[in-house]
Design a binder for this molecule. Sequence first.
Ligand code: FAD
Length: 313
Amino acid sequence: MNIQIYGAGIAGTYLFHLLSENGYKVSIWDKRKEPDCRCAWGIVYKEAKRFYSEIGLNFDDYVLLKPRYVVANGLWLKNRDIVIFDKKRLLSDLWVDLSVSDNPELIIDATGVSRAFLPPIHEDRVLPTSQCIEKHDVEENIYIQMEKTGYAWAFPLGERKWHVGAGNVEREKIPVFINKLREKYGFEESERACQCSAKVRLLQPSKCLPFVSGNIVGVGEAIGCVSGAGEGNAPSLASAMILFDCINRGNLSEYEGRILKELEWVEVEQRFVDAMLNNKYLSAIRLLPKIIAIENGRTVQHSVKDIRKLINI
Ligand SMILES: Cc1cc2nc3c(=O)[nH]c(=O)nc-3n(C[C@H](O)[C@H](O)[C@H](O)COP(=O)(O)OP(=O)(O)OC[C@H]3O[C@@H](n4cnc5c(N)ncnc54)[C@H](O)[C@@H]3O)c2cc1C
């Protein structure tokens, strides 16, 4: 089968290597000249390690550091398994000659938030973000300041470098959020090595249907594989692995069902975001035990009491 992937982000590059190493005729093309370097460098270590080992890549070579704590609204939560990795270098190593093939039988939409090939999503929810790299002498933890409509973050990159940024449904609140984070944790404004803006889709997979339209199939953030906390790296890798398996078995008709089932935890977290944004606090509280169970096993150690304190309900 002749396959064309559009989008060489985390999902597209991973799927490209899974397919090409298993004998498929596959091309990949991206509208950029080089991989995106925006801050999205946090990932659950054991998931990344397992996925990348499937294409013979040693994820350890890209790990920059493992913060001891995730400090959210002043609450110190023990980090379970989140590491910061050099995503730009990893993607650069996975980029191959970009090309577009003639008459592909299957087109993969791995264009992330753009979802450039699949039909548009009715009532999409996309969070604008703004971020930069600065130098700071702050203890190397992940710092987060969140409110109902968004959050600000500071992620350590080592050698005093930090990704500092924020996302908010109301774009004009982004600088306010960043300033709150600066004041709370001591990230005084300093010279910026770079600055950019981006967007992240915060909508559960079930609201991003269809995943398949004619000979086009979506993967990664294009089909809503981003958790309620804005975590899309590991879910995008997971969706690429599911898609590879469906292509390999010649059974694309199973794809939508498998994404919804195997990434149900993403769905649950996004339902929580829905409930919070719509002031349905009782529904949000009911989802908490499920969310705690999911996240205690992978990201941070916390309790229902901690989260209620965090989000003020
Ligand atoms: C500021 C910010 C911080 C984040 N931090 C984290 C984090 O710490 N941890 C985490 O897990 N997730 C994080 N995320 C989310 C995560 O980055 C994404 O969910 C994830 O990268 C999605 O992977 P993807 O491959 O589906 O899409 P992307 O990584 O966005 O890749 C899509 C690719 O498609 C290309 N493209 C777009 N349109 C076209 C087109 N028409 N033709 C060809 N190519 C096209 C783009 O150039 C890009 O290279 C963050 C997101 C943002 C915005």
